[in-house]
Design a protein around this ligand. Structure first.
Ligand code: PEP
Ligand code: MG
Length: 583
């Protein structure tokens, strides 16, 4: 079907998923393939077939040369696996399933080359997903990567219809989107997005929140049921997607969207008010960012600092690694923009759902694999480069170093030794840095929460990553929508780990924050205040709603209510007690 065909008479239907970020968007569907680039779908004339297959062949040849150049120019500090994986990509590219089959689709179905390639990709992905061998199943990601390269090579060379003129009117519909895809969306102004897969605390969902876009994940079959250009309503709070709504429904949702906008405008008045409870207790509200340019939104929301800079996003969507100088500039830019307020830079949390191009392999079970500090300690050159860059930037503001996914004492020791080594290197070069830089650890593995004394002894501050703490406590993959219903922040085991970490840190007079999504969920604010938390870090778009909660809380009431919720083991009753606490 051509995008221009009309669907005005199409039937209306509703799909339910998990709402990941607030607000309501009304717009037109724009279907995006599994690959990172948005792919145009259009038919070609019989006379254009040869031209189209030649265009496809040219793109394949271009990528072959590109991969060969990448192998030849791998940087010295690059992970060892990169070369092997790039060679695998060359092999995949030459396989007839990628280099020949799409030509047949172009000829037989008269579809444009991009469309042919993504149809073939969808087919290959489904074949890989059926494989029993987890290693082979994972190679799906490699195929996707290769296809993305070919799509990129074809960009701007076809007869594609123009992109929708008004992005503000576009709702992106995808089977799945990676965090790397989402970061590219920061360059656009889409109205919202919906996906078939994904959990509410996946990095994809977190990025949707950072874009302040209404979004729904876990819709299962939306991508297959929706056609290009159809009218959609995305209710990001309720997780409801309405396709082809009638006039009455549209009017109703326009009214609801308008009311939400008014509420958001009202919240803006809190921007410069002091963040303190009714009984005068100051609560530090900081922002989470992914890229240096996000500091603008953090400052606009009145953030008192950056509680989490997810530095790995500087490494995505590129074929090389950012150099020490490039990283230094990025970190310095954030420090400068925050004018002496704390900037907490988390060292690389690569692995699991975030990989550098060419190193997608993260083991049979990525969330439990060579991720975050484990990956950094296995790649010391890459880690040292980042540490030097952060240290160099540290004299331009109040920079703090935060280490993700620590579990073992020896990981803490090795990390501190790496920091010492980076400092010595800078000392040798007579390069200045903040000699009092604080080093903190994330508490996001139950083992860390349960061996707190060692963390308290060795580290200057702690930050609780509830997204992973919940994932690892409950053995729920946070990116998997099929187990999303079991991902429960109110599980008594989770609450105990959080409460006891805050208590332990406070007793030791070690600063402690929460920087997972719980910190930006207004329904959790009083509970966390009741546990004794005084530092929250969240997406800038959530900050004023949390301040609103802080302003109407009395600490004594929060403490009493939080104790009741934690004592309750029945989840339904715990929810009722939380609702009472929040009333
Ligand atoms: C967390 O796990 O809660 C966290 C803040 O880190 P990330 O979401 O980047 O894994
Ligand atoms: Mg984490």
């Amino acid at each position: 079907m051509k995008p221009s065909e009309s669907h005005t008479a199409a039937a209306s239907f509703t799909l339910q998923g998990a709402g990941v970020s607030g607000g309501i968007a009304i717009g037109h569907a724009h279907l995006v393939s599994t690959a990172r680039l948005e792919v145009a779908h259009y038919e070609i004339d019989a006379a254009q077939i040869d031209e189209e297959t030649a265009r496809f062949g040219k793109a394949i040849a271009h990528v072959e040369a590109e991969l060969a150049a990448l192998v030849a120019n791998l940087p010295a500090g690059a992970p060892l696996e990169m070369k092997a994986i790039l060679s695998l990509h060359v092999m995949l590219l030459k396989d007839s399933a990628l280099s020949v089959a799409p030509r047949e689709l172009i000829r037989n179905r008269r579809c444009n080359a991009e469309w042919a390639l993504t149809q073939q990709l969808d087919y290959l992905v489904s074949q890989f997903e059926e494989m029993e061998d987890p290693y082979l199943r994972e190679r799906k990601q490699d195929v996707v990567q290769v296809v993305e390269r070919v799509l990129a090579a074809m960009l701007g060379t076809g007869h594609a219809p123009p992109e929708p003129a008004h992005e503000e009117d576009v709702i992106v519909v995808a089977h799945d989107l990676s965090p790397a895809d989402m970061i590219l969306f920061k360059q656009h102004r889409y109205a919202g997005f919906v996906t078939d897969l994904g959990g509410v605390t996946s990095h994809t969902a977190i990025l949707a929140r950072s874009l302040a876009l209404p979004a729904i994940v876990g819709l299962h079959h939306a991508r297959g049921m929706i056609r290009e250009g159809e009218t959609l309503i995305v209710d990001g709070r309720e997780g409801v997607l309405i396709v082809n709504p009638g006039e009455r429904v549209l009017a109703e949702y326009r009214e609801r969207a308008r009311k939400l906008e008014t509420e958001r405008e009202k919240l803006k008045r809190l921007r410069s008010s002091r963040s303190a409870t009714l009984d005068g207790v100051t609560v530090e509200l900081q922002a989470n960012i992914e890229l240096p340019q996000d500091v603008k939104e953090a400052a606009e929301a009145g953030a008192m600092g950056i509680g989490l800079f997810r530095s790995e996003f500087l490494f995505l969507n590129r074929d090389d690694l950012p150099s020490e100088d490039e990283q230094f500039e990025a970190y310095r830019k954030v420090a400068d923009a925050m004018h002496g307020r704390p900037v907490t830079i988390r060292t690389l949390d690569l692995g699991a759902d975030k990989s550098i191009n060419g190193a997608e392999r993260s083991g049979p079970n990525p969330a439990l694999g060579l991720r975050a500090i484990r990956f950094c300690l296995a790649e010391p050159q890459m880690f040292l480069t980042q540490l030097r860059a952060i240290l160099r930037a540290s004299r331009h503001g109040k920079i703090r170093l935060l280490i993700p996914m620590l579990a073992h004492a020896h990981e803490i020791e090795q990390t501190l030794a790496a920091v010492r080594q980076a400092r010595e290197m800078l000392d040798d070069q007579k390069t200045p840095y903040d000699r009092h830089i604080q080093i903190g650890g994330m508490i996001e593995i139950p083992a860390a929460a349960l061996s707190l004394p060692y963390f308290l002894k060795k580290l200057d501050f702690l930050s609780i990553g509830t997204n992973d703490l919940i994932q690892y406590t409950l053995a729920i993959d946070r990116t998997d929508d099929t187990v999303a219903h079991l991902y429960d922040p109110l599980h008594p085991a989770v609450l105990q780990l959080i409460a006891q970490t805050i208590r332990g840190a406070k007793k030791a007079k070690t600063p402690v924050a929460v920087c997972g999504e719980m910190a930006g969920d207004a329904a959790m604010t009083r509970l966390l205040l009741g546990f004794g938390l005084r530092e929250f870090s969240m997406q800038p778009a959530q900050l004023l709603a949390i301040k609103h909660e802080v302003l109407r809380t009395r600490i004594k009431d929060a403490e009493r209510g939080a104790a009741r919720v934690t004592r309750e083991h029945d989840p339904t009753k715990a929810r009722a007690l939380l609702a009472k606490l929040n009333a």
